[in-house]
Design a protein around this ligand. Sequence first.
Ligand code: ZN
Ligand code: ZN
Length: 309
Amino acid sequence: MPWEARADYTRSVAVPKILLFYVFTPLADPEALRLWQRDLCTSLGLRGRILLSPHGINGTLGGELADVKRWLRTTREYAPFRDLDAKWSDGTGDDFPRLSVKVRDEIVAFGAPGELRVDEDGVVGGGEKIGPDELHELVAREEVTFLDGRNEFESRIGRFRGAVVPDVATTREFVAELDSGRWDHLKETPVVTYCTGGVRCEVLTSLMTARGFERVYQLDGGVVRYGERFGDDGLWDGSLYVFDRRGSVEFSDHAAVLGRCVDCGEPTSRMQNCSDPQCREQLVVCAPCGGQSAVLCEPHRASGVPSPA
Ligand SMILES: [Zn+2]
Ligand SMILES: [Zn+2]
């Protein structure tokens, strides 16, 4: 094999990985940590998103396996990040357009930064954490309600069987949803919340507990860790929506296809943005329909052609 070809081969066998991580812990100087993290990620060639707040760190990064490992080792050397919860998955090598490291009021945008309490052990007053195996034990023992802790659109292509799905377009709408009284009938029954990697449920379950929900559990490690353990042979159906260029991931070759194309009705797990350039709505659209023409969300469909950018 010529040397040039061999060099290309070496590049192609590189191992692109994606890391999903968070930890709730009091941080005195998030801005200083932002500068440190930005430089660290840049020096390792990582891309993705990191949010820091006085309550912790939350993010997702993509890069070479060896580089992401170095990031994780270095980041965990900082004592407050020692217990960083990290979940690996396979990337494509081009999963994020850029690196973004920001300081915000919240590392998950519930719009309730004043309500969240965090100490060295994490979120104060959250639901009991249960792993995939404990979840199965609980379900075998009693009747539980699964509450989807994600945005409604994420559930269209995958969810726990029988889950109730609050009608929220963004995480910010959860507080109003809980205060609406719509879920009060669940206050005395066992409720298991779940989200992609567990970070949203940390906050959601603390908000629920504060509002009188008495038996709240949160799926530790989220759907990602559940999928690693049980794949498509447990209580989960379909694909998992992810916030990077992969769009969604499956846990096996026999994942159920729950989504239906908004245009033609064919089963698909593919999602794309509403074609109106101003719109952030995510729609289930099959590849042929997505390739053919503009696909609009309901409000934009009603108002006709997409407005110019
Ligand atoms: Zn279609
Ligand atoms: Zn739209």
